[in-house]
Design a protein around this ligand. Sequence first.
Ligand code: SF4
Length: 455
Amino acid sequence: MDGFSRGRPGVTGKADAMRGWIEPIIGRLMDHVLTFPEDAGGSPPVPPPLPGRRYLLYAHVPFCERLCPYCSFHRVQFRSDKAARYFRALRDEIRHYRESGYTFSEVYVGGGTPTVCVEELAATLALIRGNWPVREISVETNPNHLTQPVIDTLLAAGVRRLSVGVQSFDDGLLKAMDRYAAYGSGAAIAARLQDLRGAFGTLNADMIFNLPGQSRASLERDLDILREIDIDQVSFYPLMVADSSRRRMARTMGQVDYRNEETGYRLIRQRLGPTHPPSTVWTFSRGDRMIDEYIVGRDEYVGVGSGAFSYLRGSLYATSFSLNQYERLIDRQGFGVTRQRTYSRRWQLRYHLLMALFGLRLHRDRDLRQFGAGCFRALWKELTALRLLGAIRRTPDGYALTDRGMYLWLVMMRRFFTTVNNFRDQMRAHIREERIPEAGCPLAMRQETARPRLR
Ligand code: SF4
């Protein structure tokens, strides 16, 4: 962030120093967590559901109309015929979970751009709602899809939370990110968000800070606009890129540099905190809201679609990152899972600690119920180290992150998701045939210019 002050003397310096020595340790831990055994060629069996358990369902839609240079998600160039086949396979996989006895109570659809073919998305949500009385449905989208037909379709499909990929309102940065032409100017996006206020239970803006070339003034302006819009929720992600995207970004936007990350984070918390207290380390909400990070506070979840992860009975499962293989697997056996990693009790507890503190606190009673007596004792080394670092403090019902711990956990989660992104890269490395130039979905193309008119 050019022109960023270095913060209060001593504060940022300490944070930098802490980041410097702690990040490699975190990196090694995350590599351990996310190392899957080699693909043995078969498909690991998905365990049956626990009796009476209601699960969270994550569905991945990997298509995007444009592939942003900084993005490390599992996404491919949109093509309508491929998307139609993919959605059919996705619905078949969901049916297969139903036949296996699973019950879902919350649904998150992420991507990619899930609204890239909104009729297919609506058919998928109709299938889910026809089978289970889901309480909450959250969907991600891009600003060019905030049109009346799409909004009406999403509302009719029961969507309660809409998460819009904004990234920044700064036109210079939007152009550098190759988003200006596809998704419109910062002013146009802000106007669309303003029109949408009150339409959904939660309207979330996904933002990024610490982008190469992002100045303090630019970040302050983004924060001012978010306050003017009075948006329900902001997920302000630190820039996190896989190693491959880092090289791509260096050629397009500039070098990734973490030295000003803590200063930017402090500014975001100062500006948003009074109206939007943190719900997670990087999500700020007005009131109690659904959040993007469904992994927070959920001990188990099911992921469907290419490149999705499930966490069930202490094992992490990954579905195939090849769309063609995914469709073949669904055809043959109903599930798309190709990898499984099982954790010891100790690593399950560590994973739980990571995710619980991402959601700001560790609840003693809830954890004792879930993991049984001795779970806090088993984590005594980690908890002691975090207390000595000043990252957590005791509370009447467990532990909470301190002010200092908030930034430490942001680094921790950035490193976690960077490792996930590297894993995604590794899994996609050989899938060349799926990087195809695109043709359009008629409705998505129409959506580019229209502006929503909401009641
Ligand atoms: S940032 Fe969003 S729109 Fe851009 S490529 Fe990634 S998933 Fe697609």
